[in-house]
Design a binder for this molecule. Structure first.
Ligand code: ZN
Length: 255
């Protein structure tokens, strides 16, 4: 990549997040396609694995964490260049369809736990705002985590996840990447959220420098080569057709 300029680290914290359209170069597209191979994400000093869904006991969760090689390589390279004390915390990467269904169920139950006034239907609607339903007919392809192009992560400082203003997977509007930018504009940003805003910006620009796009409803969700990435890069409109499809068969053959 070579696009990482961590001298910008402090500047990133001061730069409001903007979802500007990205147009990948031909070289970038070639690199992404060449890096499409399935790869296991190992824990290193600078890349930690939380195994969030394994800990929750969700059905269909694998003990190993899989992704695509391009994501493994860029994350490793990026993590090694983070300022001293920082590391990457991966919550989840490739997800089986069985896990996707169970996560949808778990998230609906979690939404209800957090807000008991929600009806069953409402709690499922909240869950679907955060978790792709494998049966969603509107989506032209598999859920992005099943394609291996999506990764959920945050940064740690001295081993602790930094403050992002919400938990990973917290099904609330505040989890939207821009929620704290909007609070700042409205003059309603608390002191603790000032720090969270800075952390969200640094994560956003760090990942952007590695070629990832962010899903605007979740500060933790980033993509390369998949459906969400293609929507932000306008890639399908460029006369090419590919985006990452499911890697489930390849992963299950490895395990
Ligand atoms: Zn995600």
């Amino acid at each position: 990549m070579g696009g990482l300029h961590l001298k910008n680290w402090e500047t990133w914290g001061e730069t409001p997040i903007q979802f500007l359209p990205v147009t990948p170069s031909r070289d970038e597209l070639r690199l992404i396609q060449e890096g499409a191979t399935v790869a296991e994400l190992f824990e290193t000093d600078r890349v930690r694995l939380d195994h969030t869904y394994l800990k929750l006991g969700l059905k269909g969760t694998l003990k190993k964490v899989y992704t695509r090689k391009v994501i493994l390589d860029r994350l490793t390279e990026g993590a090694n260049q983070l300022p001293p004390g920082y590391s990457v915390m991966v919550f989840d990467a490739f997800r089986t369809i069985e896990c996707q269904y169970d996560l949808l169920r778990w998230m609906a139950e979690d939404a209800k736990r957090r807000n008991p006034k929600l009806s069953t239907e409402e709690s499922w609607a909240v869950s679907r705002m955060f978790v792709a339903d494998p049966d969603d007919k509107e989506r032209p392809t598999v859920p992005t985590h099943n394609s291996g192009g999506a990764i959920d992560l945050g940064l740690c400082y001295q081993g602790q996840l930094v403050n992002y203003g919400t938990d990973f997977d917290e099904p609330v509007e505040k989890s939207n990447t821009l929620a704290l930018e909007k609070a700042l504009e409205a003059g309603k940003l608390s002191t603790s959220d000032q720090e969270a805003l800075r952390n969200r910006r640094q994560l956003f620009y760090f990942m952007k420098s590695l070629g990832f796009t962010n899903l605007s409803s979740e500060w933790w969700h980033y993509d390369i080569g998949d459906l969400l990435w293609s929507r932000q890069t306008g890639y399908p409109k460029m006369g090419h057709k590919w985006i990452f499809e499911s890697i489930e068969k390849e992963v299950l053959a490895l395990k």
